[in-house]
Write a protein that binds this ligand. Structure first.
Ligand code: FES
Ligand code: FE2
Length: 337
């Protein structure tokens, strides 16, 4: 049982970076993976090192149908991690098997299920329908820290004004801690995204779902701009002290939005969408860039001096403990079909 690495879903790469007919290298909570897209379309994540003589299949393994072929001696592995044939046409050695990790796409991020003991998922994160939405655009940061510290940001109300300059940040309704997820809605005003410049203050409503410690989906509505956007914040531990943070941003097409269409009347909708998305992504990534130096140097305090106005940090920390514990308690046990 690892005390260092929590179990749950973690973001290990961008879906669009998976090469055609080859595997890519990724890391989930200190474990090296070879990730590929099977001919069936599904994303497969296997332990990276071939059990034959240890080649890293994320650096040269190729895809044959649904299988991954090791570049060293041609052993092939199916999506369950079982070796199906050797490169010599001989009997498959019984030990030629690698661990497979459930994997899925969440808003352009490759989300991988990790459990230190190899247990199957107890829940599966979801992402809303993407019809009429832009392709997600991503950003990546690597720094000293742990997924739990990053996820705490979701409920850290106090820093929104101090770090990000939001005004009137508040929780709308209740924050629900429910099994493996936290759901809530934040409302705040912030300068309109204008390519890194501060525009006029506008109100946004951000519904967030924190899926365990590794994955958050934020759906934001900015009524004054008619802008619906989505953000994914995904982490994975590269080792015990280093975290990789990936974000994606996407938005609903402005096609039907009259106010913005009139401002951008001279621009084709597709260009207006691209310009707006770029601007929104820059503004979101500027927020993350404000958090990163703090995460990089902060210390995880066991006994923080919590204050009124913090948001439900105490509750978050108690909830977070379940992802290090065995047996897994307080969670809906929903095995995938
Ligand atoms: S190391 Fe992979 S086939 Fe030999
Ligand atoms: Fe933040």
């Amino acid at each position: 049982m690892s005390e260092t690495f929590p179990w749950g879903w973690f973001g290990v790469g961008f879906t669009r970076d998976i090469p055609a007919r080859a595997a890519m290298a990724a890391t989930v909570n200190g474990r090296e993976l070879a990730v590929y897209r099977a001919a069936s379309g599904s994303i497969v994540a296997l332990d990276a090192h071939c059990p034959h003589l240890g080649a890293h299949m994320g650096h040269g393994g190729t895809v044959e149908g649904d299988e991954l072929r090791c570049q060293f001696h041609g052993f092939c592995f199916d999506p369950s991690g079982q070796c199906t044939r050797t490169g010599y046409g001989k009997r498959v050695p019984p030990k030629a098997v690698v661990r497979a990790y459930p994997a899925t796409d969440i808003g352009g991020v490759i989300a991988v299920w990790f459990d230190p003991e190899g247990r199957p998922p107890v829940w599966t994160p979801t992402f809303p329908d993407t019809d009429g939405w832009s392709d997600p655009r991503g950003g990546l940061w690597t720094f000293a820290g742990r997924p739990q510290e990053v996820a705490e940001n979701s409920v850290d109300l106090g820093h929104l004004s101090v770090v990000h300059g939001y005004t009137d940040a508040r929780v709308h309704g209740e924050v629900h801690f429910d099994g493996a997820t936290i759901r809530g809605e934040l409302r705040f005003s912030r300068p309109a995204p204008l390519f890194g410049r501060r525009g006029p203050l506008i109100e946004s409503q951000a519904r967030f779902t924190q899926h365990g410690l590794g994955l958050a989906v934020v759906e934001t509505v900015t009524p004054a701009l008619g802008l619906d956007s989505r953000f994914v914040v995904a982490t994975t531990a590269l080792d015990a002290d280093t975290v990789a943070l990936r974000t994606t941003a996407s938005m609903r097409s402005l096609r039907h939005h009259r106010a913005l269409r009139s401002i951008g009347a001279l621009l084709p909708t597709r260009l207006l969408d691209a310009v707006t998305l770029r601007s929104m992504q820059m503004s979101f990534e500027a927020d993350v860039a404000q958090d990163v130096p703090i995460w990089s140097h902060k210390r995880a305090l066991g006994r923080p001096a919590l204050a009124e106005g913090d948001g439900p940090l105490g509750k978050y920390r108690a909830w977070a403990q379940r992802f290090y514990a065995a047996p897994r308690t307080g969670l809906p046990i929903v095995h995938e079909a």
